[in-house]
Ligand binder design. Structure first.
Ligand code: GTP
Length: 298
C-alpha cells in the first residue's frame, strides 16, 4: 500500500455456490481457463475442494470450488455438507449461481437464507445467459435481485465467455486489502495427483452416471516420470462386484475406453505423453466407512 492515492493490493478467497447443475464448475473453468474443476451434466459430481489462484497486477483472487449442498443420506453426504459450510465461513466473496434458463426456486431461496448469516460479500451470478433471449434474461435479473440482498447481480455465460472477466473484476473489488497470499507462479494449490484422479473419475463415470452416480472413487497411487513419458498407476474404486463389472465392461472394452479418454485429458493437463495403468477394485460400501473415506481422500 502507498499513501499517494494508489489502489491498495487486494487478495482473498471466493467461491461459487448454488443448487446442483447451476454451472459453478463450468464457470470456475472459464475463469481459470484450464480444466480444473470437473463438470458434468449430472448434479453433484464436484467432490474435492480445488483452489485456483488468479493473479492480477493489483490483486489475487483465490477460487475455492465446493461441492453442492444436498440432503445427506450417507456419511459422505454429511462430510460434504460440513465441508461446504466450512468453506462458506472462510471466504470473502461468494457468488451465488442461478441459471438464467430456470425459474428461481426453493433451492435458491434456501441457499440465499443460509448465506445471509455469513460475513462474506454475496453476489448473485446469473449463469448460462447464452441459453436465453434478452427479455428472459431481464426478467431473470429482476427475479434474482428480488431474492435477497446482493452486493451485485452479474449475468455471465461460461460457454460464450460473455462477462466472465467483468465478473472477476467485480469479485476482486470486494476482496479486502491484503498482501499477496500465494507465489506468482501458483495456479492451483492441489497436487497434480488430485487433478489426475478427478479426470479419471470423470472418464469412468461417462455413460454410467445413472447406474453409479456416487459410487466411483479414484486414487492415483503413483506418477513416475520416465523420459518424455509419465507413467501413472491408479485404482478405480467401486462399492460392489456388480459395479466392477459395469465399469470394466464386456471383455474390458469399457475400461479400455475409460483409459483412452482419461489419458487424453491427462496429457492435455500435464503437457506430456502419458502411460495409464488402471485397476478396478471393490472397496465395500466405501461411502459409509470413515476409514475408506479417508483413504480415498474425503
Ligand atoms: N449453455 C451453457 N451451459 C452451461 C453453462 N455453464 C454450465 N453449463 C452446463 O450446465 C451443466 C452443469 O454445469 P456444472 O458446471 O457441472 O454445474 P455445477 O453447478 O458445478 O454442478 P454440481 O457439480 O452438480 O454442483 C453442464 O452440462 C454444463 O455444460 C453456460 O454458460 N452455458
Amino acid at each position: 500500500m502507498s499513501d499517494r492515492g494508489e489502489r491498495p493490493y487486494r487478495a482473498g478467497f471466493a467461491c461459487f455456490v448454488g443448487r446442483p447443475n447451476a454451472g459453478k464448475s463450468t464457470l470456475t473453468n472459464a475463469i481459470v481457463g484450464q480444466k480444473i474443476a470437473i463438470t458434468s451434466n449430472k448434479p453433484q459430481t464436484t467432490r474435492h475442494v480445488i483452489r485456483a489462484v488468479l493473479h492480477r497486477p493489483d490483486s489475487q483472487l483465490v477460487l475455492v470450488d465446493t461441492p453442492g449442498l444436498h440432503r445427506p443420506r450417507t456419511l459422505l453426504g454429511e462430510r460434504l455438507n460440513d465441508l461446504v459450510r466450512q468453506t462458506w465461513s472462510e471466504v470473502d466473496v461468494i457468488g451465488l449461481c442461478i441459471p438464467a434458463d430456470e425459474a428461481v426456486g426453493r433451492g435458491d431461496r434456501f441457499i440465499t437464507g443460509e448465506l445471509a448469516e455469513l460475513k462474506a460479500t454475496v453476489l448473485a451470478v446469473v449463469t448460462k445467459t447464452d441459453l436465453v433471449d434478452k427479455k428472459r434474461l431481464a426478467e431473470q435479473l429482476l427475479a434474482v435481485s428480488e431474492l435477497g440482498e446482493f452486493a451485485a447481480v452479474v449475468p455471465v455465460s461460461a460457454v460464450s465467455g460473455h462477462q466472465v472477466d467483468t465478473l472477476v473484476d467485480v469479485m476482486t473489488g470486494y476482496l479486502p486489502p491484503s498482501p499477496q497470499l500465494y507465489p506468482d507462479d501458483m495456479l492451483t494449490e492441489d497436487p497434480e495427483q488430485v487433478l489426475v484422479a478427478e479426470l479419471i473419475r470423470e472418464a469412468a463415470l461417462e455413460g454410467v452416471r445413472d447406474e453409479l452416480p456416487h459410487s466411483i472413487a479414484v486414487v492415483v497411487e503413483e506418477m513416475v516420470p520416465e523420459g518424455q513419458l509419465m507413467k501413472i498407476y491408479a485404482d478405480v474404486y467401486v462399492e460392489r462386484p456388480s459395479q466392477k463389472a459395469i465399469v470394466i465392461g464386456h471383455r474390458a472394452s469399457r475400461l479400455k475406453d475409460v483409459g483412452i479418454r482419461a489419458r487424453r485429458q491427462i496429457e492435455e493437463l500435464l503437457g506430456i505423453r502419458v502411460y495409464l495403468d488402471l485397476h478396478v477394485r471393490v472397496a465395500k460400501d466405501w461411502q459409509r466407512d470413515p476409514k475408506q473415506l479417508r483413504k480415498l481422500g474425503f
